[in-house]
Design a binder for this molecule. Structure first.
Ligand code: GDP
Ligand code: MG
Length: 762
């Protein structure tokens, strides 16, 4: 089977083409640097199958970034049978810069002129024939997104002769110098001597390792800086010979996108706009009160609930199925789309679990088995599954932001701010990915060239609350709203996300000024064009998420809920304990043992005899964060905490649990709310799940992982302690501010002291 490699600038549509060719569903993002590693697939053509390799996006073949090294080494060492060079036709000249370098290699090259749909849309024209003649290799116009021209591209690719000698675009004095170097590499017997020759004249580190190369460079180039000259020559050649193939249409698309950029990347307004956009997204996903019709509190309610309207019976149940369906959309307030979908799914799940339990009871199943299936397994799994719609809605919005090109603008905006904290805008992509899952996010940090910047980024990625932590946020926020009738779930959720981001920023700031000091490398990124997001791409994204989530629910979460249920219903001498005696179980006694550890955070001993549930839930979160809510639900049901308020799985049990704890301990409401929020904060900033830890360990420099775990533990402890104490006793804010000021001053003084020492030594 022959192998073709896809090479091109970041964001030129390589992955889109790769997916179109191989039928795979790799992540496509309107974002430079999404593909960090190479990826393989097979194109099943009419005559033969062809292996396709998707290389990371690069602007040049100089070894400055990991992507460039991966791509260059692949082409030189693995010797593909051909390169499909994808060129973004809307940005022809810049893309052809890489092309001129690829042409220097002894590999057959075919140019796929992508995004032709965009070019046509703005009315521009490209003379493909003329371009083909000018570059001397086949050129095919395609649109990877619309899947046009792809068949022709592959037909011409497989028809290419298997050998091709490299060609260069240089004339004049450079030509002679390059020829001398080329002969030198030919003498060494390496493949693609022309490519090596040009790179050596650019004083490329890799080439200078060849024996005798340094001496030769000294001889040819003397003191001149050929790198700049070569780059200059390439651009001159491109504009002289290739750019004439493009003629401008009447419509000017660039200015339109420029005008949008002026607003969205505005020095002052960019960040507030981003926060507003984010809040809007959270509102649509989590809000139980879409139009704020009743204000922020239930006290002001002027729209009647279904219960007030007399549509519920004496037991607080809807009169008929129609009312039940209505309650999915409206109950005193109109719910947001995310909540409506969640309610709908929960209605369905509710019917399933009560059906299963009824079936088992009628069939005469043993009491413990009904408990295990109903409370343990179904309670736990459904509590987690019930959050799927909200997770999907949130990710739909994030994907749209990414696909349209807005996220890239945010990276650009944040670079200005990040820089002050010692990170570059490059670190933003992994962080945003962290909102999805820490695992790919940690892998994506490979795009960060600086090792210390990378370590700092990997450490703070878990603070960007991932999809699996979302149920914790929503359920606890929902629990607070449900139990106390104050606040809004979307406001709480949004603030917790912001808390995570702030924690990350502060931690980076501290690390970059203490243990991980270093220069912040420059961040060069060109803003991708605005695109309409592709519907299919969005759906693929969501489908991937769904599969992953459901699979996890039925494997890890399933196993964990069974274990939790068993441990909570067995005593140390292996006797079955009914629900009422759960406090004598193995799980309860273990929970009670560690419970005092959490007292400074608000969810320890002060929560009384059932407080251990919090400790246990936090610990099970180390396996998978979904477990936190699964555990809560399973245990809350057994404790008998079933409030019947709301239709959401997980939330209603939590409301019940909160009510029981309040009644049991008589704790002040404000203090309990602070403790619950501290609990969310703890879970958001503590050690991430098992999979994320394993990835972080693999990606971090050896020896730093243990310190990283300690960092997570300490951070989560401090952050949730602050949340709890400030939430319970507001004046402690000043104590914390003084502590922070002292710590900051200590760091500044220590750094100054070191500087002075160094100065004195000099
Ligand atoms: P990569 O970074 O080179 O892998 O680029 P991607 O495949 O991730 O695509 C970058 C962006 O360009 C995505 O938003 C795609 O939807 C979009 N895109 C890719 N090919 C085309 C095309 O032929 N036409 C248009 N209009 N957009 C495209
Ligand atoms: Mg890609």
């Amino acid at each position: 089977m022959r192998t073709f490699a896809l090479a091109g600038n970041p964001n030129c549509g390589k992955t889109t083409l790769f997916n179109a060719l191989t039928g795979s569903t790799a992540h496509v993002g309107n974002w430079p640097g999404v593909t960090v590693d190479k990826r393989e697939g097979v194109y099943k053509g009419e005559r033969e199958k062809v292996a396709i390799i998707d290389l990371p996006g690069i602007y040049s073949l100089s070894p400055y970034t990991p992507e460039e090294v991966i791509s260059r080494n692949y082409i030189l060492d693995e010797k593909p049978d051909g390169i499909i060079n994808i060129v973004d036709a809307t940005n022809l000249e810049r893309n052809l810069y890489l092309t001129t370098q690829l042409l220097e290699m002894d590999v057959p090259v075919i140019i796929a002129l992508n995004m032709m749909d965009e070019v046509e849309k703005v009315g521009d024209k490209i003379d493909v024939k003329a371009l083909e003649k000018a570059v001397g290799v086949p050129v095919v116009a395609i649109s990877a997104l619309r899947k046009s021209g792809i068949k022709e591209l592959m037909e011409r690719a497989v028809a290419m002769p298997s050998e091709r000698a490299g060609t260069a675009v240089f004339g004049g004095a450079l030509k002679g110098k390059i020829e001398r170097a080329r002969q030198f590499f030919e003498g060494l017997g390496v493949a693609s001597p022309l490519f090596h020759a040009v790179k050596m004249l650019e004083a490329d580190e890799i080439e200078l390792e060849h024996d005798g190369a340094k001496e030769l460079l000294g001889e040819i180039a003397a003191s001149a800086d050929l790198e700049a000259e070569i780059a200059d020559e390439r651009y001159k050649y491109i504009s002289a010979h290739f750019s004439s193939v493009k003629s401008k249409g009447k419509k000017d698309a660039l200015t339109k996108s420029d005008r949008i950029d002026k607003v969205l990347t505005h020095r002052v307004f960019a960040l507030p706009i981003f926060l507003v956009v984010l809040f809007f997204i959270f509102h649509l996903t989590f809000s139980e009160n879409l139009f704020y019709l009743n204000g922020f509190t239930e006290g002001q309610a002027w729209m009647p609930t279904l219960e007030d309207a007399g549509l519920y019976n004496a037991d607080g149940e809807p009169l008929n199925f129609g009312v039940e369906l209505l309650a999915v959309i409206y109950d005193g307030t109109i719910y947001s789309p995310g909540v409506i979908l969640t309610n709908l799914l929960n209605l369905f799940l509710d019917h399933i679990s009560s059906g299963v339990v009824a079936l088992m009871e009628n069939g005469g199943a043993a009491e413990w088995s009904v408990g295990l299936v109903g409370d343990g397994v179904l309670g736990g799994i459904f509590a987690v599954l019930g959050f799927l719609p909200q997770i999907l809605v949130l990710f739909l919005f994030f994907s749209i932001l990414e696909d349209t090109g807005y996220m890239a603008r945010i990276a650009f905006v944040l670079d200005r701010i990040f820089r002050r904290f010692g990170l570059s805008g490059r670190a933003f992509m992994p962080m945003i990915m962290g909102f999805g899952c820490s695992v790919p996010a940690a892998i994506n940090t490979r795009t960060l060239a600086d090792e210390k910047e990378r370590t700092a980024t990997i450490r703070v990625i878990p603070f960007f609350s991932c999809g699996a932590k979302l149920p914790i946020l929503t359920a606890v926020a929902g629990g607070i709203v449900g139990a106390f009738g104050i606040g809004n779930a979307d406001v709480i959720t949004f603030s917790m996300y912001v808390l995570g981001i702030c924690t990350a920023v502060v931690c980076v700031l501290i690390m970059r000024n203490t243990s991980l000091k270093g220069e912040t490398p420059p961040f060069i990124m060109e803003l991708p064009a605005y695109h309409m997001p592709g519907f299919k791409n969005l759906m693929l994204h969501l489908w991937d998420k769904t599969k992953h989530f459901v699979k996890k629910a039925f494997t890890i979460i399933f196993a964990s809920t069974v274990i939790i249920w068993l441990l909570s219903h067995l005593s140390w001498n292996w006797h079955y304990l009914p629900d009422e005696e759960m406090n004598g179980s193995m799980l309860a006694s273990m929970g009670m043992l560690i419970q005092p550890l959490f007292t400074p955070l608000g969810f320890g001993s002060q929560l009384g005899q059932f407080g251990w549930v919090f400790a246990v839930a936090a610990i099970t979160g180390l396996i998978a964060k979904e477990n936190v809510i699964a555990t809560f639900t399973t245990l809350a049901i057994c404790i008998g905490a079933y409030a019947g308020a709301g239709t959401e799985e997980g939330v209603e049990e939590l409301v019940g649990l909160i009510n029981i704890i309040s009644a049991d301990t008589g704790i002040a409401q404000g203090q309990l709310i602070a403790a619950l929020i501290a609990f969310i904060a703890f879970n958001m900033t503590t050690i991430p799940c098992f999979a994320a830890c394993a990835t972080a360990k693999a990606e971090l420099k050896p020896g730093t992982f243990r310190r990283t775990v300690a960092f997570w533990l300490i951070t989560s402890y401090i952050v949730s302690c602050i949340v709890y104490t400030v939430g319970s006793w507001w004046w402690t804010l000043f104590v914390w501010l003084v502590v922070a000021a002292c710590a900051g001053a200590a760091i500044v003084l220590a750094n100054k002291g070191k500087l002075r020492l160094r100065a004195r030594r000099k």
